[in-house]
Design a protein. Structure first.
Lengths: 126, 226
């Protein structure tokens, strides 16, 4: 302890960096989220688009956009909080998430497709 | 460098600081020369640590989403999403959670302004929206189970109840945490420790809303399109 140089610059790197929230952030985040929630629900309930695939893709896009909106305006994510470590941890998690979900779907879809057809199998499988 | 050797005293440290000011490269060296354990303010790493916890929680949900993606079409000749889901009800539920995110944000603003009563009031509003959310979800589950579409009916319903139930359980614990913080604020006010806890709870609560975006999109909306 005695030998530790008390360097102010060093402390800055460690100090808790509480975010400073503003009403503007929450208002923008809420308004954007409301729109990004309402449109997908409307698309699915009203069957506005003939193609289910197109609707699914658009709905997924809206969900991704809303997740980013929540991250930025509600969770106050940016590259500066905690010296960028939270953003790095988030990116790492997103990569794992992508591998787990897309990998599982891919493998299991092909597993189902490669199964021997079973006569009289119950419908709705796969 | 000499400033950090065991023989260096306060004079040495002062000399090194002066040197560091004159030469930026020297100050860079000094910053990376802390070999000893040194003091940190209490809770300095709580926010990052809590964020790492949330990321691990995120992985739990990733696995449950992956499970649902794999099993979501296996109805075992039982009811599917079109037969079971009530989208207007899900929209109301989503709205409850979105409002609760806004009211939690307003609680954080009140906290920043040092208003204990305001913080408590907005936290209570958040808890009420959270309770409405959990209440609607439980009534949905109750309805499904009464219809014979319980978690044991098909792989789709097992995956559905696990994923949505885990999220609902998180929200329930969030509400309990809000209750604890209301009591803490009533007893100790806006002390540094309570502000830190409220910040962690804020991350937790907003994180649950982000997970819910995934749930209502991939389970309910896309389920209806299957």
């Amino acid at each position: 302890m005695a030998n530790h140089m008390h360097d102010p610059a060093h402390d800055e790197g460690h100090a808790p960096s509480p975010f400073h929230a503003t009403l503007r952030d929450y208002a923008i985040g809420f308004a954007l989220s409301a729109v990004l929630t309402a449109v997908p629900f409307w698309l699915v309930i009203s069957h506005a688009l003939a193609s289910s695939l197109a609707t699914a893709l658009i709905v997924t896009g809206f969900a991704m956009a809303q997740m980013v909106v929540h991250m930025v305006y509600f969770l106050h994510m940016n590259g500066k909080v905690e010296g960028g470590w939270t953003l790095l941890a988030l990116l790492f998690t997103v990569i794992l998430l992508g591998i787990a979900i897309s990998g599982s779907s891919w493998v299991m879809y092909h597993l189902n497709a490669n199964m021997m057809p079973v006569p009289g199998k119950m419908d709705g499988m796969g | 460098m000499t400033a950090a050797t065991p023989t260096a005293g306060a004079d040495g440290a002062r000399a090194a600081k002066a040197k560091a000011k004159a030469n930026p490269a020297a100050s860079l060296t000094a910053r990376y020369y802390a070999l000893d354990e040194h003091d940190h303010p209490e809770g300095f790493s709580t926010a990052l640590g809590f964020w790492i916890y949330l990321m691990s929680d995120c992985l739990i949900f990733a696995m449950l989403f992956a499970t649902f993606a794999v099993l979501g079409g296996n109805y075992a000749a039982g009811p599917g999403p079109r037969d079971l889901f009530d989208l207007p009800l899900v929209a109301v539920n989503t709205t409850m959670l979105l409002f609760s995110s806004l009211t939690y944000g307003l609680a954080m603003l009140a906290m920043q302004q040092g208003r204990v009563r305001g913080t408590q009031a907005w936290l209570a509003a958040t808890a009420l929206f959270g309770l409405a959310f959990v209440g609607i979800e439980l009534s949905e589950f109750h309805h499904l189970i009464l219809e014979g579409a319980g978690p044991q009916r098909s792989a789709f319903l097992s995956a559905f109840f696990t994923l949505v139930g885990t999220h609902g359980l998180h929200v329930t614990f969030g509400i309990i945490w809000i209750g604890v913080m209301l009591a803490q604020l009533g007893k100790y006010g806006l002390i540094a420790a309570n502000k830190r806890r409220l910040m962690c709870l804020s991350l937790f609560w907003h994180f649950l809303d982000v997970v819910w975006i995934g749930v209502f999109t991939f389970v309910y909306l896309i389920g209806m399109l299957r």
